[in-house]
Design a protein around this ligand. Structure first.
Ligand SMILES: [Zn+2]
Ligand SMILES: [Zn+2]
Length: 463
């Protein structure tokens, strides 16, 4: 089949299922379930995919809400990633001013309701195309829990679930349309539990050994180290436990820390120094320290071969323009942004050009990085957030629950499905992508700092 005819068929299939998956995205937005607790969201996506003709295996990699939906047989194996977890504290109505639906409740401030539903829509359209045209190969949808700090995908990688995958496709909500080729910061997060000796803080402080002192000294040590690490690093921490009363020397205190760098390799070196600072703080205060790694995600490995295909397909899809009502909403929402941050409302109609990643630009992290170190990977941004709105904000949560979010989701779903079809159609692109994958790694291999025997931290937000 000719390229344009194939693409037309896929675009029609996406359009035919757009309402169904728009409704799914809205339901997941309403569920707003936190990482590893996405029971309803995961079940809904599994049900949608099963009804569309996929075989579903759930509870994979010791993660109750993880699943793999698959269709077809043989090679190539093309996988699409879907996420569906919400963020704490970002509950928000679909209105252009701050209005939580539940005060302090969770909300979809990263748009993962769109991410999971849009990826499923792409998979369903691609499956229809494969069936109608007797396309050989295997299509999989990976339902990946707890992206927000739970490293859901790291455990799925460790369980070997990506071993036979040839190419991974993904997307993420954004305030623009573009291709994700590399970038994102490698991250490690950990809790440093210091144990001291409790004592009366006035009557007998000399008998006490303060775990809080250790936490504060560790913080100071990190501040002094900051000067001597690459300036594109990020280290942020909170005192997650600091004692129970000022008149009791705290025998337990906890520092909860995250560290990031564009390179996993550089981050590992910084991490080793952070651990030494923790040990030094314990030595100074005659306390002991336990280090618990909560998550560890790699940066995304770029793939220029796949990026070229993805960019071409995304440009073919193009962006979208706001309806008059959406424009009013968007302009109103932008008033809540800091001066100078509001972007051009017409930019949703455009596709960003493909540019090399600037390693000094501020960035976030994703557990998709872990996958990209193991399988050639390429992704898309869809303009689901009003231009100027960043992820992890109430503004993003508002957009994710209404039509602007769904418009951006459709851009991404179309682009993923088209690129998937191109990969099934041309084994040479898949082969070239593998050569490019090796070139990008130049001899390095994936390394996870998560201890080998550690199970997925199903309650990582509460302990
Ligand atoms: Zn996020
Ligand atoms: Zn996200």
């Amino acid at each position: 089949m000719e390229r344009s005819a194939a693409h037309q068929q896929i675009e029609e299939s996406v359009s035919a299922h757009a309402a169904t998956f728009g409704a799914t995205s809205r339901k997941i937005w309403e569920y707003a379930e936190l990482g590893y607790h996405e029971e309803k969201s995961s079940r809904l996506l599994q049900e949608d995919l099963r009804q569309a003709g996929f075989k579903v295996e759930s509870g994979v990699a010791d993660e109750p809400t993880a699943f793999i939906a698959s269709y077809g047989t043989g090679r190539p194996v093309i996988a699409i990633l879907g996420e569906f977890d919400a963020l704490p504290g970002l509950s928000q109505d679909t209105v252009p001013e701050r209005k939580p639906l539940t005060v302090f409740g969770p909300g979809h401030g990263c748009g993962h309701n769109l991410l999971g539903a849009g990826a499923a829509l792409a998979a369903v359209a691609l499956r229809e195309y494969m069936e109608h045209n007797h396309v050989a190969g295997t299509l999989r949808y990976y339902g990946t829990p707890a992206e927000e700090g739970g490293s859901g995908k790291a455990y799925m990688v460790r369980a070997g679930l990506f071993k036979d995958v040839d190419v991974v496709l993904h997307w993420h909500p954004s305030d623009r349309n573009g291709v994700i080729n590399g970038g994102r910061l490698a991250i490690i997060s950990a809790k440093f539990d210091f144990h001291g000796v409790a004592a009366h803080a006035a009557l007998a402080p000399e008998r006490g050994r303060s775990a809080l002192d250790a936490v504060m000294l560790m913080g100071n040590g990190i501040e002094f180290m900051r000067e001597h690490i690459p300036s594109n690093s990020r280290i942020h921490y909170i005192v997650s436990k600091g004692g129970v009363a000022p008149n009791v020397v705290p025998d337990l205190a906890e520092l909860y820390l995250m560290a990031r760098n564009p390179s996993s390799v550089t981050l590992n070196n910084i991490w080793n120094r952070i651990v030494k600072i923790g040990q030094g703080a314990a030595l100074m205060t005659e306390t002991t320290v336990d280090v618990r790694i909560i998550n560890n995600d790699s940066n995304i490995v770029a793939n220029d071969v796949l990026a070229a295909v993805a960019q071409r397909d995304l440009e073919e899809v193009g962006g979208y323009t706001y309806t008059p009502a959406e424009r009013v909403f968007a302009a109103q929402l932008q008033k809540s942004l800091e001066d100078g941050l509001a972007g051009d409302l017409d930019s949703t109609a455009r596709v960003s050009p493909l540019r090399p990643i600037d390693p000094n630009i501020p960035d976030a992290s994703t557990d998709t990085g872990n996958v990209s170190w193991n399988v050639p990977t390429i992704g898309f941004f869809g303009a689901t957030f009003v231009p100027g709105v960043s992820a992890h904000t109430w503004q993003a949560a508002a957009c994710a629950g209404m039509s602007i979010g769904r418009d951006g989701m459709l851009v991404a779903a179309r682009a993923i499905a088209l690129t998937g079809a191109d990969l099934f159609a041309d084994p040479k692109v898949v082969a070239d992508a593998k050569v490019e994958f090796k070139r990008q790694l130049h001899g390095r291999s994936y390394e996870s700092l998560i201890p080998e025997n550690q199970k997925p931290p199903l309650n990582y937000r509460s302990n």
